[in-house]
Write a protein that binds this ligand. Structure first.
Ligand code: DX5
Ligand code: ZN
Length: 218
């Protein structure tokens, strides 16, 4: 979809938390579009990260869009807290929402953009009915839980399928890809339909994060 912007969203999961404000300011100056916050609870995924307290600190360091990815059980219980902390977009997992439509409406009623994420084994067809209501779909190209994992190649086919659904059901939908994104695969995922590239280790472990962001945006 040519009219949709090409975005890059560094995930602070791979940032150095002893100097988080500096890390965020560095990627902001380098052209990052969103700051991606990976929230993990040790139940939905086998890792624990942070909650609204850190998102609120991120909010005070940047005016960029805060894109919050909730990898937690019963996300509906915490959505209001994350919006209050400053999240502009909230993404929940399709697999964890019993009443996905209700949860999407909840996010939107709080004034945030609504995203839904799919794990590698979840087909895009599960989103057919909800797609017109969404601002964002986030395709996981690794199993959620950790940064620095290997990109799952089948995600390319998934992006293509979702791109085709988007053209029919919601032409302004943003498609994000998350997991194992690098300078090596960024062109392929964009061609397959991804508008927003989420990247943790590729950006924060790069010897030159600004150059990496420029390559991911190209
Ligand atoms: C994984 C997270 C990703 C992760 C990406 O569960 O959702 O956002 O931080 O990290 P990289 O880019 O290192 O795969
Ligand atoms: Zn994420």
């Amino acid at each position: 979809m040519e009219h949709l912007p090409k975005l890059v969203a560094p995930s602070i999961l791979s940032a150095d938390f002893t100097k988080l404000a500096e890390e965020i300011s560095l990627v902001e100056r380098a052209g990052a579009d969103w700051i991606h916050c990976d929230v993990m609870d040790g139940r939905y995924v086998p890792n624990i990260t942070f909650g609204p307290f850190i998102v609120e600190a991120v909010r005070r360091t940047t005016s960029l869009t805060i894109d919050t990815h909730l990898m937690i059980v019963e996300p509906e219980k915490y959505i209001a807290d994350f919006v209050k902390a400053g999240s502009n977009q909230i993404t929940v997992h399709q697999e964890e929402c019993k009443h996905l439509h209700r949860t999407v409406e909840q996010i939107k009623s709080l004034g945030a953009k609504a995203g839904v994420s799919l794990n590698p084994s979840t087909p895009v067809s599960t989103l057919e009915e909800i797609l017109p209501d969404l601002d964002l779909v986030l395709i996981m190209s690794v199993n959620p839980g950790f940064g620095g994992q290997k990109f799952i190649e089948r995600s390319i086919e998934k992006l293509k399928k979702l791109d085709a659904m988007r053209q029919v059901l919601n032409p302004t939908l943003m498609i994000a890809i998350d997991g194992g994104i690098s300078e090596q695969n960024c062109t392929r995922v964009r061609k397959a339909g991804a508008n927003a590239l989420i990247a943790g280790s590729a950006v924060f472990r790069s010897p030159n994060p600004a150059e990496t962001i420029a390559k991911l945006k190209a």
